[in-house]
Design a protein around this ligand. Structure first.
Ligand SMILES: NC(=O)c1ccc[n+]([C@@H]2O[C@H](COP(=O)([O-])OP(=O)(O)OC[C@H]3O[C@@H](n4cnc5c(N)ncnc54)[C@H](O)[C@@H]3O)[C@@H](O)[C@H]2O)c1
Length: 262
């Protein structure tokens, strides 16, 4: 049997998923990178080098996860599964169509559900089970106009994670979610660039983050790595928010003359 532990990371060709795959690989795991974008996936895999496999596929298709599982078992002892693939789109509810909602629900909700199911099915009854981290969002518990479908999928991811954490705690399978705030990734850059005034949009976003800056995807990856490690052995069924205090913030200053430390 291989001495390596292995991990599956979906959405690993870009942004947060890519940073998570990089971090887990740096920590000594073999990594299976899963993504629907074959070119970006090849680039990400080439950057990591050895002990890497790729699976090109849509996470909404359960067979994508079966291929990922087979590749991970081939590389080592699978002890970590991260469902990060997702898309962020906004639509006004009154004109929302099935064609608008479907891709968001498929990628975010079904993608996470089938990945989680595959990992749990593999680990139930296993002598050395592993841990799951699902990527939610601050939108899982907070609302922003026109993000109803995205927020519905992220709230569902947190519910799924909580249920798995409870249902399989006795089987020693841990499941946690990470809810990032505004993290600098290609997806966030695209969303800012599509605003009517991108400079104003970036400034407005930062203004509501007490940390005074966007997050880095490596900062999310570090929390994911911790949750997957034995250091977090008693931590399960939770959602950890990584947002520079954005969602803890009241959002307006009741005393606008108050001086805050810089
Ligand atoms: N960037 C942020 O500020 C932020 C904040 C909160 C949550 N998130 C979440 O983090 C995750 C990653 O976001 P990101 O900003 O890194 O985005 P990103 O677009 O940079 O990366 C997402 C990756 O997922 C892949 N993907 C999308 N749909 C897929 C599918 N159906 N099957 C397989 N792969 C698919 C894409 O090809 C891409 O490589 C998402 O779940 C997103 O909701 C991001």
């Amino acid at each position: 049997m291989s001495a390596l532990n292995s991990a599956v990371v979906t959405g690993a060709a870009s942004g947060i998923g890519r940073a998570i795959a990089t971090r887990l690989h740096q920590d000594g795991r073999a990594v299976v990178l899963v993504d629907v974008d074959p070119d970006a996936l090849s680039t990400a895999a080439a950057e990591l080098g050895a002990a890497v496999a790729t699976v090109v596929g849509d996470v909404a298709d359960p067979s994508t996860h079966h291929h990922a599982l087979a590749a991970a078992v081939e590389l080592g002892h699978l002890d970590a599964w991260v469902n990060c693939a997702g898309i962020t789109r906004s639509h006004p509810l009154p004109t929302l169509s099935p064609a608008d909602a479907g891709p968001i629900i498929d990628a975010n909700l079904y993608g996470t559900l089938w990945g989680t199911r595959t990992a749990v099915a593999h680990w139930v009854g296993c002598a050395e089970p592993g841990a799951i981290v699902n990527i939610s969002s601050v939108h899982g518990r907070r609302a922003y106009p026109d993000h109803a479908v995205y927020e519905m999928t992220k709230a569902a991811i947190e519910a799924l994670t909580r249920n798995v954490g409870v249902s399989y705690a006795a089987a020693r399978i841990r499941a946690n979610a990470v809810a990032p705030g505004a993290i600098r990734t290609p997806a966030l850059d695209d969303s800012i660039a599509s605003a009517v005034d991108p400079v104003a949009a970036a400034a407005e976003l930062t203004e509501f983050i007490p940390a005074g800056r966007l997050g880095d995807s490596a900062e999310v990856a570090a929390v994911v790595a911790f949750l997957l490690s034995d250091q977090a052995s008693y931590l399960t069924a939770q959602t950890i928010v990584v947002d520079g205090a954005m969602t803890a913030h009241i959002g307006f200053d009741p005393d606008p003359n108050a001086k805050r430390p810089q």
